[in-house]
Design a protein around this ligand. Structure first.
Ligand code: PLP
Length: 389
């Protein structure tokens, strides 16, 4: 099938549609958007200006600036226990989002299957379709805190399965896989000879003393894993568009070829700022401050949602929470529309993240504490008035 035909199979994200509906609603509080409300730390902006002043306004290498690949390699070693050669096993991308289509395109054949735990980040299934594959949703359940179970993976694997995408901490559920979960997934991947795409963009936003682990650091897994991460969430740099991957050299070599004929390379002065930022203690201090603030908001929203009668698992990571709204008798679309119109609060219907998200909504708490309080008050009022809880 031609790429132009495959493009017809992917639809604009459901989240966009809701934003269109939200346009023009006065006093709207948006809990829909998935990006930090913090500004990029000042010293990282200064590094970008410094790079511009140094004349870093030209093309760079297709795989990314060596200084950034080296800084990423040190970061992966120190923080993730992943040993990746900056020359051949790391590349820099224009955002983590690119890694799925580019990475899958290095090996996937027409009709081959990719397992994706649902609810899932909106880009995964379209990336699989565009790469010529077939996305297969593996549901995760509230009863298991939305953590992926091996039993469910076993039910969905076939002779045509080539890859598995995992995302910990998870968007939209906030689930964090334990080391034991990852060890079991690693055994499963090796047994079925799968490539694992491990999306770790929320790795630093974990709570309750939980630690996020990288599957590529487990025995024998580097050769089976594409580790995906970026600067959007960690350093509140969504608009700078910068991400990175670590993977076996045969994958990196092919992804670099893809990039060569697409974006050529990520923006040079942005890469410089990120490389300097990675090795500057002030950046990690800023991350810890953001993490603490997210944690404070998480506690508020979790308490309020359960208090108003929406049963909600306490998320261990990311900045999302995924309350069950099924018991109100409304579908997740009806519920989101009602809350948008009556409470002037934008949330995302859970089914935007796959079938397993039906009957839930996603709330992002990357919004000021006071706004979250106000949004919870408004939601509770509407739900009580309508006798939905
Ligand atoms: C799970 C997940 N992966 C990847 C991305 C994309 O990150 P980037 O901005 O680096 O492309 C997002 C953004 O929302 C995300 O939630």
């Amino acid at each position: 099938m031609a790429l132009s035909d495959r493009l017809e199979l992917v639809n604009p994200s459901e989240i966009r549609k809701l934003f269109d509906l939200a346009q023009g609603i006065e006093g709207l509080i948006s809990l829909g958007i998935g990006e930090p409300d913090f500004d990029t730390p000042e010293h990282i902006k200064e590094y970008a200006k410094e790079a511009l002043d140094k004349g870093m306004t030209h093309y760079g290498p297709n795989a990314g600036l060596p200084m950034l690949r080296e800084a990423v390699s040190r970061k992966l070693m120190e923080q993730n226990g992943i040993e990746a050669d900056p020359g051949t096993e790391i590349m820099i991308l224009t955002g983590a989002n690119q890694a799925f289509l580019m990475g899958l395109s290095t090996f996937l054949k027409d009709g081959e299957e990719v397992l994706i735990p649902g609810p899932m980040f909106v880009s995964y299934a379209p990336a699989v379709v565009l790469a010529g594959g077939k996305p297969v949703e593996v549901p995760t359940y509230e009863e298991n805190e939305f953590r992926l179970s091996i039993d469910d993976l076993e039910k969905h694997v076939t002779g045509r399965t080539r890859a598995l995408i995992i995302n910990t901490p998870n968007n939209p559920t906030g689930a964090v896989l334990t080391k034991k979960d990852l060890e079991e997934i690693a055994d499963f991947a090796i047994e079925h000879d799968l490539i694992v795409f491990s999306d770790e963009v929320y790795e630093h936003f974990v709570y309750d003393g939980v630690r996020n682990h990288s599957i590529a650091s487990l025995n024998g897994m580097f050769e089976h894993t594409v580790t995906i991460n970026g600067f959007s969430k960690t350093f509140a740099m969504t608009g700078w568009r910068l991400g990175f991957v670590a993977a076996p050299s045969w994958i990196i070599e092919r992804m670099t070829r893809f990039q060569m004929y697409n974006s050529t390379c990520p923006v040079t002065f942005v890469q410089y700022a990120a490389a300097k930022g990675l090795e500057d203690g002030r950046s990690w201090k800023a991350v810890e401050e953001m993490r603490k603030e997210y944690d404070r908001r998480r506690n508020l929203v979790w308490k309020r949602l359960n208090g108003m009668g929406l049963p909600t698992v306490k998320p261990r990571g990311a900045f999302y929470i995924f309350p069950r709204i099924r018991d109100t008798g409304l579908s997740d679309h009806e519920f989101s529309e009602l809350i948008l119109k009556e409470a002037r609060v934008a949330v995302v219907p859970g089914s935007a993240f796959g079938k397993a998200g039906e009957g839930y909504i996603r709330i992002s708490y990357a919004t000021a504490y006071e706004k979250l309080e106000e949004a919870m008050d408004r939601m509770e009022k509407v739900l009580r008035e309508k006798k939905l809880v």
